[in-house]
Design a protein around this ligand. Structure first.
Ligand SMILES: Cc1cc2nc3c(=O)[nH]c(=O)nc-3n(C[C@H](O)[C@H](O)[C@H](O)COP(=O)(O)OP(=O)(O)OC[C@H]3O[C@@H](n4cnc5c(N)ncnc54)[C@H](O)[C@@H]3O)c2cc1C
Length: 444
């Protein structure tokens, strides 16, 4: 039986491991990973900062040896693709590990923008928020800090800023783009999110690229366009970039967004697969490369890589980039392309948008949802959807995600009867109405 080596035990590596176990129960599996715990749950980190999740729950041992899986603690530094050996390092010691099939699942690393003076403050008052170690370093600063800064208004930046607001007197969030959640929400859909952040006391500075650091030993704040923002510590949440170093040093093809793989998650080297944040992902809508780094994609890709590495034959069809974040009491969700991204991809997007109660007007405790669906005038297909609500954003976006992935057309989707009871929903759901609005505009 083949010896399969998994390099990196995160979402993709774990999904690959479980899929190999199911596909080829007798396969010999070795995992290489530097973490002390088997698994770490990054998605819970911002919520731990906010006190909703115990930090101890973010790390987990899954007793690999009981599963008959060997774990080697350390980092893979290169793959000898000809002789099929991984060169791995633990401290100063190097060793070679032979394999038949390898899966690279090394994830991504925080993107650190080239801002003068920033690098000197990194881990010296300014922290990324990617690991439990980062979280603990930030938590250590909280008792002595009154003012904080978050750089970046992506989902992690927003989640972190809301969490910090509970601990600090002032929290400034700086975002270079003119809106929050750039690239994943349309500008109009981002407005209620920004207002919600302000309602929670976060000082929002959009269109404010950080261009310098306030001079002092360690972090003292940032500057943007001549304005100084003093702070006792900061979080840098400027996105993630694929970990391609291992591929690059091993002659495995990679590109700007990550390691190049086909739909079977095969790299350019036979017998070497890759999955998760480290790959260059593509859209399920049109196959174009998309900068998507989500746990959901990593799991799906890991399953495909695992099954195929174990001798199966399945394909990954691409990602709809379906996401949800909870910011304060707001659920913010989206799938597919934004209107701008759809235009850039050559589509003619038509929007159906509304703001409506999710229950009948007469029912107590009603809350509103702002919902937009984006369809293509040319093909009549869905291109995307976005929702912002106290309740029910993700469940509606998930339906559009399914339609996108399964090729259900808006004209059919509109007719679907969704479950109704006044305590739970409306007789014609706001989602059906938004789709109907888009269809009417297409018909004009
Ligand atoms: C704070 C935060 C919040 C997030 N929230 C969400 C969310 O709400 N929803 C969502 O869908 N996604 C979220 N994400 C993104 C999600 O966590 C990632 O997309 C997902 O973890 C990617 O899985 P992966 O297996 O590719 O990489 P990872 O989970 O990062 O795992 C990579 C593993 O590879 C190991 N490794 C790296 N280099 C080497 C090497 N050379 N040799 C051996 N091992 C190596 C690492 O130690 C790590 O264990 C969040 C991410 C962060 C940081």
């Amino acid at each position: 039986m083949n010896h399969i080596i998994i390099i990196g035990l995160g979402s993709a590596g774990y999904a690959a491991l479980m899929s190999i176990r199911r596909t080829a129960p007798k396969a010999r599996i070795t995992v290489i990973d530097p973490k002390l715990s088997d698994l770490m749950h990054p998605c819970g980190i911002p919520y731990s900062l906010g006190g909703h999740v115990n930090v101890a729950g973010l790390e987990q041992d899954i007793f690999l040896s009981k599963m008959g899986v060997e774990k080697l603690s350390g980092e893979a530094v290169a793959i000898e693709t000809g002789s099929r050996r991984v060169i791995m390092r633990t401290g100063d010691a190097e060793r070679l590990v032979a394999f038949d099939v390898a899966i690279i699942a090394t994830g991504s690393v925080p993107a650190i923008p080239a801002i003068p003076g920033l690098e000197q403050t990194l881990y010296n008052g300014l922290y990324p928020l990617a690991t439990v170690d980062d979280l603990k370093k930030i938590q250590d600063r909280l008792d002595s800090a009154a003012r904080g800064i978050v750089i970046g208004a992506g989902a992690i930046g927003l989640e972190a800023a809301i969490a910090l607001r509970q601990h600090l007197k002032t929290i400034n969030l700086l975002e270079m783009k003119p809106q929050v959640l750039p690239g994943i929400l349309d500008p109009d859909m981002s407005v209620p999110v920004l207002q919600h952040m302000e309602f929670h006391g976060v000082v929002m500075n959009t269109g404010a690229p950080v261009d310098g650091m306030l001079a002092k030993a360690g972090f003292a704040g940032v500057t943007s366009g001549g304005t100084a923002y003093g702070a006792d510590f900061g979080i840098i949440a400027a996105g993630f970039r694929a970990s391609t170093g291992l591929a690059a040093g091993s002659g495995i093809a990679f590109e700007l967004l990550g390691i190049t793989v086909d739909e079977k998650m095969r790299t350019s080297v036979p017998g070497v697969f890759a999955a998760g944040d480290c790959i260059a992902a593509w859209s399920v809508i049109d196959g174009a490369r998309v900068p998507v780094k989500l746990a959901t994609c990593a799991y799906r890709q890991g399953i495909v890589a695992g099954i195929n590495a174990a001798g199966g034959d399945v394909a990954y069809r691409g990602t709809a980039a379906t996401f949800v974040t909870k910011v304060g009491s707001l659920e913010v969700a989206g799938t597919g392309y934004t209107t701008e991204a759809a235009k850039a991809a050559g589509f003619t997007p038509v929007e159906g948008k509304l703001r409506a109660g999710i229950l009948p007007d007469y029912f107590p405790g009603n809350t509103e949802i702002t919902l937009k669906v984006i369809c293509d005038r040319g093909s009549g297909r869905f291109l995307g959807a976005q929702a912002v609500a106290e309740k029910g954003a993700a469940e509606r976006i998930n339906l559009v995600s399914m339609a996108l992935e399964c090729g259900i057309l808006p004209a059919d989707f509109w007719r679907v009867e969704l479950a109704y009871c006044p305590a739970v929903s409306e007789v014609i759901d706001p989602l059906n109405k938004a789709v109907e609005y888009a269809l009417r505009r297409i018909a004009r």
